[in-house]
Design a protein around this ligand. Structure first.
Ligand code: TA6
Length: 284
């Protein structure tokens, strides 16, 4: 990976994030010196396969896809870094874009323009650091288009069995570990002690993850991303992936904000924006 493939955002108070332009994948978010994002030690940065970790962009299809690669092409294409700037409060921001190409049109024959923005922000009054990610798609075709999308967040955790996820109680979910059947979550907090791969539908705008990196909590606040995927491959599945270290699965948990239970349909010239804000709450 050469330096031209990486965009780094930095804030004065020992916070930074690094973004690999390939798939516009953020693969490091250091908050007050603590790495908050998981990336496998065996991950590829070879522009051939999605990074095993970070925040890969899933578009235009979540999951297996008859027209192209699983999770779509966005996370395995080189995006254009179009802007690196700071706002009036000196919060750094980076913008990347990807338009349809001959290659994408062979898979998915639609003309579109997509943007990803990452912004590190610090709210002085709340003493809170956050990482904001916006995913925008504009339909520039003369016909309507439909897609699913997701921010595939890999969070770094000291011990996945100690992590709790709020905001899922009472919700219906598709359980990919149990044959894709639908179930209702009956736990106030979701915990992980085995392979978990669930698509929770119509989830609230906020989830609180406790016991993530540095013993902190992370609050996920999302808009226009109505579903939430929770995934940990556990030992056997992790061992079957060449880009996943054998003993790494206890140090990660994916909690992913997406529009996946049904397609988002855009009329010609219509634009969609899905956003998430990850806010770090230091444990007092
Ligand atoms: O988001 C969870 C999931 O859909 C799992 O089913 C698992 O396949 C994971 O994504 C990783 O997919 P990948 O294609 O990156 O190996």
């Amino acid at each position: 990976m050469t330096t031209k493939d990486v965009v780094t955002l930095e804030r004065s108070d020992n916070s930074s994030c690094k973004i690999h332009v390939f798939g516009a994948t953020l693969y490091s978010w250091i908050n007050k010196g603590e790495e908050m994002i998981f990336v496998s030690s065996k991950s590829h940065f070879d522009k051939k396969k999605a990074i095993r970790g970070g925040i890969p962009i899933v578009f235009p299809n979540f999951g297996p896809w008859d027209l192209g690669p699983q999770h779509g092409f966005a996370r395995i294409m080189s995006w254009n870094s179009t802007e690196v700037s700071k706002d009036e409060s000196s919060n750094p921001m980076a913008v990347f874009n990807l338009s349809d190409t001959e290659e994408t049109r062979k898979m998915w024959n639609f003309r579109h323009v997509s943007w990803i923005t990452f912004q590190l922000t610090y709210i002085v009054t709340l003493l809170e650091d956050s990482l904001k990610t916006d995913f925008i798609v504009k339909n520039v075709d003369d016909k309507q288009l439909g897609f699913t999308c997701l921010l595939h967040n890999y969070f770094k955790v000291p011990d996945v069995t100690k992590v709790t996820v709020s905001g899922l109680n009472g919700l219906r979910y598709k359980d990919k570990v149990r044959g894709g059947e639908m179930f209702t979550e009956n736990g106030e907090l979701v915990t992980v002690s085995e392979n978990i791969d669930r698509i929770y539908q119509d989830t609230p705008s906020e989830h609180i993850l406790k016991q993530v990196a540095g013993g902190c909590s992370i609050v996920i606040t999302k808009t226009e991303l109505p579903d939430t995927v929770v995934w940990n491959p556990w030992k056997e599945n992790a061992a079957s992936m060449s880009d996943f270290g054998d003993d790494e699965y206890p140090q990660m948990l994916c909690v992913e904000a997406g529009f996946v239970a049904k397609q988002k349909v855009l009329a010609s010239d219509e634009k969609y924006m899905g956003s998430q804000r990850l806010t770090v709450k230091q444990v007092v």
